[in-house]
Design a protein around this ligand. Sequence first.
Ligand code: CS2
Ligand code: MG
Length: 416
Amino acid sequence: MRIANVEVLVSSPGRNFVTLRITTDDGVVGLGDATLNGRELAAAAYLTEHVAPLLIGRDAHQIEDTWQYLYRGAYWRRGPVTMASIAAVDTALWDIKAKVAGLPLYQLLGGKSRSGLLVYGHASGAELPELFDSIHEHLDEGYRAVRVQTGIPGLPSVYGVASSRNASAGADAGSDTRYDYEPARRNAIPVEETWDTRAYLRHAPTVFDAVRNEFGPELPLLHDAHHRLTPIQAAKLGKSLEPYDLFWLEDVTPAENQDALRRVREHTTTPLAIGEVFNTIWDYKQLFEEQLIDYVRSPVTHAGGITALRRIFDYAAVYQIKSGVHGPTDVSPVGLAAAIHLGIAIPNFGIQEYMQHSPVTHEVFETTYTFSDGMLAPSEAPGLGVDYNDEAASAFAYAGAYLPVNRLLDGSMHDW
Ligand code: CS2
Ligand code: MG
């Protein structure tokens, strides 16, 4: 079975996506996700110019060899663009192999290890009343775990807090305003936001104290510090949140310096999740071997595909570290479906982020996975169980959109 055609599909149903479609000489189609929020055209160009021509004529069944060919053959290895591109090829080839076998993809990964995937949603509010409403809306939708993000007194806008009141799970599902969380804004240049770490560190414990008083001790609560703290500030935050028994504290400090997590670990037992911006197993080596984190955040889309992410999870399992796959709206339904098939099979599943794509996104990506009773589950359709609707996609042309940038009060650039 040879690869006969490779298409790079860029569309923007609700937000920009980069989808790879591989078709074999006997007409079997596989999909992959290469969406890189704010750098979509870089991934599209890498695939179009430097990957697609090399795939034509290759045996579509050789998934591992193709992965190694694209990783080692690039010479300039690793990085978000390369690994998202390899991820898309890898996922599409797994989709094809499963379709040829007539099986849902998870069956090729060892079959089900659980009935469904516990997920968490994004509860947020500028202030507590709005946050409480958002948490209630998520609970009403069936979520059994929620990520909590709020505004910070004195700061006009903050990561993870929607810019409009009705951007919440409970808003009219038919509308797209519920996806106002989407931080990538269609502007010629990124929006600039302001950050004050001391105000944040003073405010965060008061938010979780209020949430625990309102919702009780059981509800799994997650929080994303979004790379904004120094190691000792991260240690302080983790320690200050211990009374509120978080499920995890995410991206507490930029983890290029893996040593930094030693400082945090020395001071707090709050579970740590890292890795949505990582793209290879090497980014985790020290974090695993020194057991500096508890959850792996990489999604299939950013970490080189199913082949690579399965390796990362198996490595993590040696240290009792679990998966916590990234699932915002900028991982496409193709990338999410791949994560669901992998997550239902691996032994060390932890939790799956499920922000929910907008209805307009699903006009293009026709999915078969299900969300009920707080759990995601793959369908029994062969392969990933996702189809790409070209006609619908043609109505949604790409439009440049950038994530915000962040500056401290004195104007210094900071992590967003
Ligand atoms: C966030 C992401 O969901 C999360 O954990 O960190 O929404 C992140 O801000 C976006 O994926 C960036 O494109
Ligand atoms: Mg995050």
